[in-house]
Design a protein around this ligand. Structure first.
Ligand code: QAP
Ligand code: CO
Length: 186
């Protein structure tokens, strides 16, 4: 099922997600919903909190050399722990929860992460390149952090300004409207 993606400045994006303790059917449904939602929005990574579920679950699906986003390469990561990070890399990031905004972010170039798969089996992955960036970006969501918190002060000001502009597009006010006329016809 395709779920709604929370967008900045939704408060839920800033909460710390909880560890998964049961590797059951509910978890599998969540992972499947996350995949459908991510693909529908043309993303390469998604954390559970982005669809409103505060659990330490993330998925990543990096396109291959032929630019094909193959589900066979889908990485499902539960309760990740970063064991090691090395080097520095700058990459222009985006986020499905901050649509339309992209900016350079500095992160580690190489990571080693311990995690559980959907069956509760412990795994380790070592990654560099885009996968290493994605693991760090998605892991930040589990701690209630967005990439916009990692950009420079002046770029952040630019973001705040541009985003307010974007928010001038029609948005729900929460106001109730009574469309009945109070004029009485004689
Ligand atoms: C996180 O990001 C990431 O603004 C995943 O209009 C970022 O999938 C991993 C997206 C950088 C590695 C490097 C963003 C789609 C997708 C948008 C995404 C948009 C449509 C972002
Ligand atoms: Co994101």
């Amino acid at each position: 099922m395709i779920r709604e993606i929370l967008t900045y400045p939704d408060k839920r994006l800033f909460v710390r997600s909880n560890e998964v303790s049961k590797f059951d059917e509910k978890l599998h449904t969540l992972l499947d919903d996350m995949y459908e939602t991510m693909i529908d929005s043309e993303g390469i990574g998604l954390a559970a909190i982005q669809i409103g579920e505060p659990v330490r679950v993330l998925i990543i699906n990096i396109p291959n050399e032929e630019d094909v986003q193959d589900r066979a390469n889908l990485l499902e990561v539960i309760n990740p722990v970063f064991e090691d990070k090395q080097g520095e890399a700058i990459y222009q990031e985006g986020c499905l929860s901050v649509p339309g905004f992209y900016e350079d972010v500095k992160r580690a170039q190489w990571v080693r992460v311990r995690f559980f798969d959907r069956f509760g089996k412990e795994q380790t992955i070592e990654a560099d390149g885009l996968l290493a960036i994605a693991l760090q970006h998605e892991n930040d969501h589990l701690d209630g952090h967005l990439f916009i918190e990692k950009i420079g002060f002046n770029k952040r000001k630019k973001f705040d300004k541009e985003y307010k502009k974007g928010l001038k597009q029609p948005r729900p006010t929460g106001r109730k409207i009574n469309q009945e006329s109070s004029e009485k016809t004689a």
